[in-house]
Design a protein around this ligand. Structure first.
Ligand SMILES: [Zn+2]
Length: 385
């Protein structure tokens, strides 16, 4: 029989625990297997929120997560009254949002035995928001299950994480990702192999790459940048190129959505309504939404630059592999010739230094450094030997 857990590639260790918890949750007793708060950790793209949503489905499904029934399907698409998935695209989750959430979930579950809240990006909770949430998690006897997702356990406030059961996602093997892309998503073996290899076990990123021609060609441009750093002027140009590509990729996905959101909001307020109170209310709401969209766009661009820098790092990683005589394990095996020629021009330790320069730039960007200046400084370092 198929199950909602089938899609969690390479997470067998976790699936056993989750199935045990679902089984225990049916007995009604408060057993050790079933607890009210869980943290799923793994890097973005590792499928931590897919794991949490699958668990939510299994908890409310009469067949322990068949994936086919009404309950399972409405939970996955956000239509189930007892399952709430909190997706934050802003830079932080504020205390007002948590308070509002808490009033929404204060009621007993309406259909299922549990009310489940999946919170993607629990690392974005502000401290006061986290404290408000903590009170809810500590409350005994509720039928609400909290599934928090974060990159690492350290990204969750200690007081919260000490009350949660922790599950760590593993990075699936490239082979496992390739197989999923072929069997489930019906990509050709060549495409599946390429996408799985260059996205290093991130199934979401692999699927995105395999689906989007423009994303693949952008990636190619990024990987050519190390070969074009002959002068300082070229380094500045390369930084600009990277930021432009990342910005374009990020805005391509948000623009149409932003417009739709505003339109929907105006409709909700009655578009063209002339009543004075109505008009100011709508204007205020639209203004707030635009502010949120702006902060979301900033984050998208940052995430996109981060992705481009990770791609860039794979070039230097491959140079190191080639130097170590392990050419068969190149990520960018289609660039074998370029990597070889680059390798012969620079001393052996330089690729290591360049990789750590990239990681440093990513860290600075994560702490809100200005993107273009950060990339310019980076490429100037990459241009040097
Ligand atoms: Zn089901």
């Amino acid at each position: 029989m198929s199950s909602v857990f089938d899609d969690l590639v390479g997470q067998e260790h976790m699936i056993d625990i989750l199935k045990g918890a679902v089984a225990a949750s049916r007995t009604g007793s408060d057993s050790q297997e079933m607890t009210h708060a869980w943290v799923f950790t793994g890097p973005p793209g590792s499928g931590r929120s897919s794991a949490a949503v699958a668990f939510a489905q299994a908890l409310i499904c009469p067949n322990q997560g068949c994936g086919a029934c009404n309950e399972c399907q409405s939970a996955a698409t956000g239509g189930h009254p007892d399952v709430e998935v909190i997706r934050t695209e802003g830079l932080s989750i504020k205390v007002e949002e948590i308070r509002e959430l808490l009033t929404r979930v204060a009621w007993a579950p309406s259909m299922a035995g549990w009310r489940v809240v999946v919170m993607e990006d629990a690392d974005r909770l502000t401290e006061s928001a986290a404290n408000a949430l903590l009170k809810a998690i500590e409350e005994p006897g509720t039928r609400t299950v909290w599934l928090l997702c974060a990159p690492t356990l350290h990204d969750v406030l200690p007081t919260i994480r000490s009350r949660c059961r922790h599950l760590q996602l593993r990075t699936p093997s490239i082979e496992a990702v390739t197989q999923v892309l072929i069997k489930r998503d019906k990509f050709s073996p060549t495409m599946a192999d390429f996408a799985a290899r260059v996205s290093q076990g991130h199934i979401g990123r692999a699927r995105y790459l395999a689906t989007n021609e423009s994303v693949r060609s952008n990636r190619k441009v990024i990987l050519q940048l190390p070969l074009q750093l002959g002068s300082l002027a070229a380094a500045f140009q390369a930084a600009q190129t990277l930021v432009d590509i990342a910005t374009e990729e990020a805005s391509a996905s948000s623009e149409s959505r932003d417009e739709k959101e505003i339109e929907k909001l105006q409709e909700a307020y009655g578009k063209g309504a002339t009543g004075r109170g109505m008009a100011t209310g709508a204007a205020k709401a639209v203004k707030e939404l635009e502010k949120e969209q702006k902060s979301r766009a900033v984050r998208r661009v940052r995430d996109s630059i981060d992705g481009a820098l990770l791609d860039l790092a794979t070039f230097y990683r491959d140079v190191m592999m080639a130097q170590a005589g392990a050419s068969e394990s190149l990520i960018n095996s289609d660039m074998r010739v370029e990597i070889k020629s680059y390798d012969s021009r620079f001393p052996a330790h330089s690729a290591v230094q360049k990789m750590s320069a990239i990681m440093e730039a990513r860290k600075n960007l994560a702490q809100n450094a200005a993107p273009l200046i950060t990339c310019e400084a980076l490429f100037c370092r990459l241009a040097k030997e």
